[in-house]
Design a binder for this molecule. Sequence first.
Ligand code: FAD
Length: 379
Amino acid sequence: MSSPYVIGQASAPNIKITFVSNHLAHDYWTKRGLRSNNPFMKDISQTDILVVGAGPVGLFAVFACGQLGLRSHLVDALDGPGGQCTALYPMKPIYDVPAFPEISGKELIDRLLAQMKPYQPPMDFHVRVQELESVGGRWHATLTDGSVIDASAVIIAAGAGAFGPNRPPLQDIEKFEPDFVRYAVVDPAEFAGRHVVVAGGGDSAVDWAVELSSLAAHVHVVHRRDKFRASPAMVARMKELALEGRISLHVPGQLAGLKGGDELTHVMVRDAQHVEHKLPASHLLAFYGLKSDLSDISSMGIQVADGGIPVVPTSMATNLAGVFAVGDVARYDNKLKLILTGFSEASIAAHQAFAHVYPGRALSHEHSTSKGAPTGFSQ
Ligand SMILES: Cc1cc2nc3c(=O)[nH]c(=O)nc-3n(C[C@H](O)[C@H](O)[C@H](O)COP(=O)(O)OP(=O)(O)OC[C@H]3O[C@@H](n4cnc5c(N)ncnc54)[C@H](O)[C@@H]3O)c2cc1C
């Protein structure tokens, strides 16, 4: 294998162990090239901490671990980082993140990604952690793509559970996923000069329609009724852009089909009179909400109660030794489901996880001002 990220390999009959150098994993998309094409061969990546969930709290957990010299590997069921912030309210202003009088969900995630950048964790998207097995004092997590992550400790930052999109019921939709039909936007620049159809009437649909209208060749918005369930200011902005000709509104309208060969070329839309219109489009962005599911977590042997994971709030420990839960998924008395609470929990969990990576080694507290600028890991 010629991937620049692989620094060593060892083989056993059906197992290939891939040692990944985190700080070399500059590009998490190309990192997917590490995976074996042989379905009978498991890829095993080794890390100090497996972080399950790339929402705001999972991203901060990577930083908090990095500050203690712990390498992380991040996994999320969605197509990209951000959890609820980017999937549900990217452009909505948040007012209660300390030191930011106002910050959008997307900007918060961009800043968290920049903050953890020195620690360059491998990131696997579009996969869920399905199984967790204790092997010789370490944790082996099996992902839905069959690969395995071998970690000293696990931090679960799974929010309300693995997110999955509500798909529009269109024939052959799978054929166009994930290249041409998307349920989240990871990199808006991808849509520069493209014809894009945005479907839905909530915050994500309206926010992304407005955001992409400055980049895309044209944006069509399809919604089944004239009323939008989004921030009034953003709906007003979208309507202004429609008057300027940057956005075409198809309301009331319904998705009726997808056309194309290897690539998407058109999206069919049915109007209130049941007349079908053929919209030229390279991409359909469907924002019909997300369904979340904690069943993966309970099948891992982690105790689940009251829609979350009960933890000891002073350590964020779950019922499994070396497995911690933080953020919205963590449950204890008087829990506040807030981003700032999750940040504090992530820091507590990182300090507790240290003892599982380096048993017996003392960890003395040091302020970041004393440590200096994060520089990542030396080889
Ligand atoms: C409309 C709205 C407005 C909000 N406004 C505010 C606000 O003003 N202030 C505030 O503090 N909070 C606000 N919140 C709440 C805030 O967004 C959450 O508290 C925060 O996102 C929790 O972060 P998290 O990282 O714990 O979980 P999430 O953001 O939910 O991320 C969890 C991630 O884990 C992934 N995941 C779960 N299970 C698995 C698995 N088995 N394998 C792989 N991946 C998995 C999910 O796909 C998801 O991406 C708001 C929420 C909403 C919906």
